[in-house]
Design a protein around this ligand. Structure first.
Ligand SMILES: [Zn+2]
Ligand SMILES: [Zn+2]
Length: 216
């Protein structure tokens, strides 16, 4: 755990996808990660914590991770970030909804594309962006930690879960690419680095190296 970094999570049916609010306690600056149907809970949390959302960061553009972007954007006016290789999914969110038999609204335009190796900052924290394709072409790992330290918490989207890995049967998914992303990018972090996934509980790099049946 990184002292001073506040993390709040919410997830709601039908996808039980984790949306995250990550805030710097010192400066009261925050980012919102993957706002979906739980967006109002996270926005309420931000206002009760008295933090300002400086950016909306998307680990990827599957519909469960983006259905709250319009609401988040209108509440905060913060810029929306995505990897460019997932723009086709983002622009196709209405069709993604149709695939799942759901009516989903189009979302506001992406403001910025992530650039591999170019860190973002909010408050006293940096967000290192690592491209981790496989679950989808533009998946990223957002490694967040203090600017003056190497410690990072990993927001991995649907690339890696506690005891499982992301599905690869959706458009642009590829199993070999996914396993390579996990082994070369995520597993290069220290064993005690926390992994905060798009679905399910928190885990660590070491725990998944030891016990994830897809990776041992
Ligand atoms: Zn996904
Ligand atoms: Zn998901």
């Amino acid at each position: 755990m990184i002292p001073d970094m506040l993390i709040r999570t919410a997830a709601v049916p039908p996808f039980f996808k984790n949306g995250y609010l990550v805030a710097c306690e010192t400066t009261k600056q925050a980012v919102l990660i993957d706002p979906g149907d739980e967006v109002d809970a996270l926005l309420d949390e931000a206002s009760s914590m008295g933090v300002t959302i400086a950016a909306i960061l998307l680990t990827h553009a599957h519909l469960d991770h983006v259905t709250g972007v319009a609401r988040a954007k209108s509440a905060t006016n913060a810029p929306v970030w995505l990897h460019k290789d997932d723009l086709f999914l983002y622009n196709g969110v209405v069709e993604q909804g149709r695939m799942f038999g759901m009516r989903v609204s189009a979302q506001p335009p992406i403001d910025h594309f992530f650039t591999e190796g170019r860190a973002l900052t909010f408050g006293d924290y940096v967000v290192d962006v690592h491209h981790t394709p496989g679950h989808c072409p533009g998946g990223v790992c957002l490694a967040i930690g203090p600017a003056d330290s190497a410690e990072r918490q990993l927001f991995v989207g649907d690339t890696l879960f506690a005891g499982s890995i992301g599905r690869t049967d959706l458009p642009g998914g590829d199993m070999d690419t996914l396993l390579n992303s996990i082994r070369t990018v995520l597993f290069s972090f220290p064993d005690d680095a926390q992994v905060l996934s798009g679905h399910g509980p928190v885990t660590t790099v070491g725990e998944e190296k030891r016990s994830n049946p897809f990776l041992t």
